[in-house]
Design a protein around this ligand. Structure first.
Ligand code: FAD
Length: 378
């Protein structure tokens, strides 16, 4: 067993970390406060080859492995978990095409993302169906030479800026999972209606909206696989993307740990740096232990993906452990900063707000535990 990264992986990690430190960190606070979409930072990251890591080289991509992509995602999240949510949403939306698309669909839909900077959204969640995604009600009707798409999606990342949507709907809600199908939709199609930008607790620079589809005509050739294949495509997408999301939590947790180490050496109380107090040392020790354990779980979940081995159970361990740990670590970072931690002038309160979302999206921490239990008990 070899725990070291390859020279290429170290190189891409350094590149992504340098980008996070120079381009993201200095603007993270300001973009968060104003809720500004980081379009130009997103584009710069794309120009450096740090975005759309899932696109294979046959379609113009860089052929990054899953392990490569979690290394990049951790580094970018170190700069800002909120901006990284927008970046990762591209992969979340393009993965269903990589997984379930025909060669012609991959060429049509993936290649443009390698030629110019483009943004994508993954549209699964609905106002009435989040965790219970198998019960979605968005309708896909056969309109003869096209599909007719009608329904509403909720909490869609990047929706206001997207050039492409992957939308899940059902050909028949009574079929439950077996009726779910996936369509590639042009957001400029007549009948697509965007909701207002959501005013969120954290990840404020990422764009999140409801999207309504009012009898939207979608070309027949835009369905991924066959009618009813959508659920399998979505679940396989999540197996690939959960390590990625977990690594975003890891990047935020690592930043909170680094800040806590630095601050605890600088801040003096009772005549000594607070790092000399055992209560502070124990919090920092817990942080280090959780960061390291989360990284190992994430690498294993990503490595299994690369080997073509089913990783559902480990991906859920990684997602739940990394996001729950990030919540604890960022909360403790605020504690270590004391009153200053509660102020927006210091970086840790943002980390704590950002951490919360990663326990919720792409399957809540409770849903991850349901997946784990199902896998363990079957
Ligand atoms: C900022 C943001 C960005 C997002 N981006 C996207 C996106 O790009 N695309 C997309 O499709 N979706 C996106 N989502 C949606 C996200 O994936 C859902 O919010 C999430 O899956 C939870 O669904 P819900 O909000 O409807 O909560 P609910 O499903 O209503 O859950 C509410 C609570 O009940 C618990 N719960 C539910 N069922 C069970 C159960 N069986 N057992 C135990 N506990 C249970 C949950 O864990 C949670 O604590 C985003 C959400 C947010 C907030």
């Amino acid at each position: 067993m070899d725990f070291s990264l390859s020279p290429e992986q170290n190189e891409i990690r350094e590149l992504a970390l340098k980008f996070a430190r120079n381009e993201m960190l200095p603007r993270a606070q300001e973009y968060d406060e104003a809720g500004t979409f980081p379009r130009e930072i997103f584009q710069k990251a794309w120009e450096l080859g740090l975005i759309n890591t899932c696109i294979p080289s046959a379609f113009g991509g860089s052929d990054f492995s899953s392990v490569d992509s979690v290394i990049i995602s951790e580094a970018l999240a170190y700069g800002c978990m909120g901006m990284n949510t927008s970046f990762m949403a591209n992969d979340l939306a393009l993965l269903p095409i990589v997984i379930g698309g025909s060669e012609a669909q991959k060429k049509t839909f993936l290649t443009p993302f390698t030629k110019e900077f483009r943004i994508a959204s993954f549209c699964l969640t609905e106002p009435g169906n989040g965790s219970d995604a198998g019960g979605i009600r968005t309708q896909i009707k056969d309109g003869g030479d096209h599909w007719l798409l009608t329904g509403e999606k909720m909490w869609i990342t990047n929706a206001g800026y997207a050039d492409l949507f992957v939308v899940y709907g059902t050909i028949d809600p009574t079929l439950k999972h077996k009726g779910i199908s996936a369509l590639v939709v042009d957001p400029k199609s007549p009948g697509v209606e965007l909701g207002k930008k959501e005013d969120k607790m954290g990840h404020r620079s990422s764009d999140t909206r409801a999207v309504r589809f009012n009898s939207v005509r979608v070309p027949k050739e835009n369905m991924l696989g066959n009618p009813g294949d959508g659920w399998g495509i979505a679940m396989s997408t999540l197996d690939h993307s959960r390590p990625l999301v977990a690594s975003s939590a890891l990047g935020g947790a690592q930043r909170a740990l680094d800040l806590s180490v630095q601050y605890s050496k600088e801040r003096t109380q009772f005549g000594v740096p607070i790092a000399k107090h055992q209560a502070i040392q124990f919090m920092i020790a817990e942080m280090g232990m959780k960061v390291e354990a989360a990284r190992l779980l994430i690498y294993k979940a990503a490595w299994l993906c690369d080997q073509g081995i089913r990783n559902t159970e480990i991906a859920s361990y990684a997602k739940a452990f990394a996001s729950d740990s990030c919540m604890q670590i960022t909360t403790d970072a605020v504690q270590i900063y004391g009153g200053y931690g509660y102020s927006k002038e210091y970086p840790v309160e943002k980390l704590m707000r950002d951490a919360k979302l990663i326990q919720i999206y792409e399957g809540t921490s409770q849903i991850q535990r349901l997946v784990m239990a199902r896998e363990l008990l079957k």
